[in-house]
Every structure is written in structure tokens, then in C-alpha cells.
Design a protein around this ligand. Structure first.
Ligand code: CAA
Ligand code: NDP
Length: 291
């Protein structure tokens, strides 16, 4: 199928990144969220991030302007019905994603491919509740989307080959690399990454190290670009906890038990960078560890 237009549901940090790279690659983009402020903030963020790429010589001013003109926003989810490909990138909660698909389905063209950027939730289960399990799959970008090279493509049990190839062609056109993952809780990247982050929170919880010493140890001792707690704040602690819960429930193994300290931060509404507080406090000039 010839994909020309992409509907993106959710204009948070992933949704704005997905709209950004799709528009630069020449797709018409329709971005949806619940309120106008979020959509306006997403457009601002996209323009700022494209400016970084212009400054770095990766994108020309002309291509930036053309890409920005290809992004439209809407508060009406059903407007996305005219798109050829849908990428759902709303909050990591199954009931939210389910409701979005229920609302969208009656408005979709029969040939439209429906995908989710979920970090962990079963693609087979999400697909089974739609009218098109064969044209449904996981389209999992990494954060920050404009910078990270990988996209995980996850087939549900019923996903057909034409759908996989159409999504793979989109990843190729973005200049990114597709990795195929089987549909088991949290797929490949988060199956490995999230237990490490959770273990870093246990290391903090048990007093083995401070926020600063844990992050510094993994940056200088294991050459990670960000420490695990800094990375958790970057991803969003709500998302990290949601992924750990999917691993714990889905694999029924206590080794995936979310750290109670992670739960406590989420209960406090300290979700990381997006709420300006998490393992670090971002309200001042430089991030200050909260422990
Ligand atoms: C949870 C899930 O489901 C899956 C996931 O996504 S897991 C998370 C995966 N992501 C990671 O692990 C990220 C780990 N961190 C990193 O790789 C790096 O810290 C980072 C790429 C985020 C930043 O790198 P850095 O060198 O510290 O910072 P910085 O110099 O600001 O950025 C590097 C380049 O990327 C660009 N950049 C950074 N963020 C950008 C963005 N959002 N948009 C566009 N460009 C961006 C910068 O402009 C800079 O470009 P130049 O090289 O041309 O100057
Ligand atoms: N953060 C990360 O590093 C990564 C996240 N992901 C996945 O991407 C998805 C989004 O995550 P992320 O962008 O970080 O989360 P954010 O919290 O930054 O953004 C989620 C956005 O979805 C919006 N939203 C919630 N419900 C609806 C709805 N019914 N219709 C439209 N929009 C809605 C939220 O609005 P409001 O704020 O008003 O609730 C918010 O703007 C999740 O599935 C996550 O697991 C995948 C890869 C990496």
C-alpha cells in the first residue's frame, strides 16, 4: 500500500518526535491530542528540535519549513480517519489505547494500517479487539525520536506480511533501522533496559548509592550516555512503572517486581523531566538530585 499520510495520536514527547521525523521524510502528518495547549506545545517543540538540526547542518532551512507545513493538528480523533497509517502514541495505559482504537475504528479506511508505539503492551491483544488484526502492528520508536536510529517492529499473531513490509518501507524512508521483535511483554529493548533501570532504583532504595553516584558509575564505568536514573527521568517514571508492571504481570516472575521507590515517585506525581521533578529536580538552572 502507498502510504502518504500519517495520523499520530498523542502529542507528548514521543508523538511530537514521530510527527517531526514523518514530516521531514515527506509524509503529511495529522497530530491529535486531548487539549490545544498540548498540541501547541508539540508544534513549538518540533520547530525547536528542527532548529537544532538546522544548526547542526543535518537539515536545511527550506526542508524544515516544508516539513513544518506538512504537520496539521486536530482535537478531533475521528479526523485521523482519512490517514493511510495511524501511529498511536498516547499514555502507556491499555484502557486509554483501547478507547482510542474503539473511537477511531468506524472512521478508518478499510486499507489503513493501525499501529501502536506502545513500549510493552501485547500487540496481539490490542489487535484482537479491532476489525483489522492482520493490518495491526507495533511501531516502536526510541526517545528522542529524531536522534535514535532504531525502530522496533512487532508483529501480532495475526499481522500479515504486506503490513509488515509496508511499515518496514516507512522505517527505511525515515532513514532509520528496523528491528523485528516477537510479541512478548516489552519486546526487546525494554525487556532488557527496564529491569536495569528498575535495578538502579533498587540500588538507590537500598542505599547502595546516591542518585549522583549511581548515574556517574554507569556513565563512567559502563560508558552509558546517560545514567539509569537520568534516563528514567527522561523516559518518564510513569512509563517506566507501567512497563515494569507489564513485565511483572505478563511474565509472572518476581524478578520484574517494580521497586516500591519507583511507585512512590509516580504516586507523588514526580514523573521526571515532563513534570520537572523525578530523581532530579529540574526547576532550577541545573538538575539537582532529589536523593
Ligand atoms: C522507553 C521506551 O519504550 C524505549 C526508549 O526510548 S528507551 C530510551 C532510549 N534512549 C536512550 O537510551 C537515550 C540515551 N541518551 C543519549 O543517547 C544521549 O544522551 C542523547 C542522544 C539523548 C543526547 O546526547 P548528548 O550528546 O548528551 O546531547 P546533545 O549534544 O544535546 O545531543 C546530541 C545531538 O542530538 C541532537 N538532539 C538531541 N535531542 C534532539 C531532539 N529531540 N531533536 C533533534 N535533535 C536532537 C542535538 O542537537 C545534538 O546534535 P549535534 O550532534 O548536531 O550537535
Ligand atoms: N517516553 C519514552 O521514552 C517512550 C515512550 N514510548 C511509548 O509512547 C507512548 C507515549 O509516551 P510518551 O510520549 O512518553 O508519553 P507522554 O506522557 O509524554 O505523552 C502522552 C500524550 O498522550 C496524550 N493522551 C492521553 N490520552 C489521550 C487520548 N485519549 N487521545 C489523545 N491523546 C491522549 C496525553 O495527554 P495528557 O497529558 O492530557 O494526558 C499526552 O499528551 C506510550 O505508549 C509509551 O510507552 C515509546 C518509546 C519511548
Amino acid at each position: 500500500m502507498d502510504i502518504r499520510s500519517v495520523g499520530v495520536v498523542g502529542a507528548g514527547q514521543m508523538g511530537n518526535g514521530i510527527a517531526h521525523v514523518m514530516a521531514l521524510a515527506g509524509y503529511e502528518v495529522l497530530l491529535n491530542d486531548l487539549d490545544k495547549e498540548t498540541l501547541d506545545a508539540a508544534l513549538e517543540r518540533i520547530a525547536r528540535n528542527m532548529d537544532r538540526q538546522v544548526r547542526g547542518g543535518k537539515v536545511s532551512e527550506q526542508d524544515k519549513e516544508a516539513a513544518l507545513a506538512r504537520i496539521k493538528t486536530t482535537l478531533e480523533l475521528t479526523d485521523l480517519g482519512r490517514c493511510d497509517l495511524i501511529i498511536e502514541a498516547a499514555t502507556e495505559r491499555e484502557e486509554i489505547k483501547q478507547k482510542i482504537f474503539d473511537t477511531l475504528l468506524p472512521h478508518l479506511k478499510p486499507e489503513t494500517i493501525l499501529t501502536s508505539n506502545t513500549s510493552s503492551i501485547s500487540i496481539t491483544r490490542l489487535a484482537s479487539r479491532t476489525d483489522r488484526p492482520e493490518r495491526f502492528m507495533g511501531f516502536h520508536f526510541m526517545n528522542p525520536v529524531p536522534v535514535m536510529q532504531l525502530v522496533e517492529l512487532i508483529r501480532g499473531i495475526a499481522t500479515d506480511e504486506a503490513t509488515f513490509q509496508a511499515c518496514k518501507a516507512v522505517v527505511d524512508r525515515l532513514g532509520k533501522t528496523a528491528a523485528s521483535a516477537e510479541d512478548f511483554p516489552a519486546f526487546i529493548v525494554n525487556r532488557i533496559l527496564m529491569p536495569m533501570i528498575n535495578e538502579a532504583v533498587y540500588t538507590l532504595y537500598e542505599g547502595v548509592g546516591s542518585v549522583q553516584s549511581i548515574d556517574q558509575s554507569m556513565k563512567l564505568g559502563a560508558n552509558h550516555p546517560m545514567g539509569p536514573l537520568e534516563l528514567a527521568d527522561f523516559i518518564g517514571l510513569d512509563t517506566c512503572l507501567a512497563i515494569m508492571n507489564v513485565l511483572h504481570d505478563g511474565l509472572a516472575d518476581t524478578k520484574y517486581r517494580p521497586c516500591p521507590l519507583l511507585t512512590k515517585y509516580v504516586e507523588a506525581g514526580w514523573l521526571g523531566r515532563k513534570t520537572k521533578r523525578g530523581f532530579y529536580d529540574y526547576r532550577g538552572e541545573t538538575p539537582v538530585p532529589t536523593r
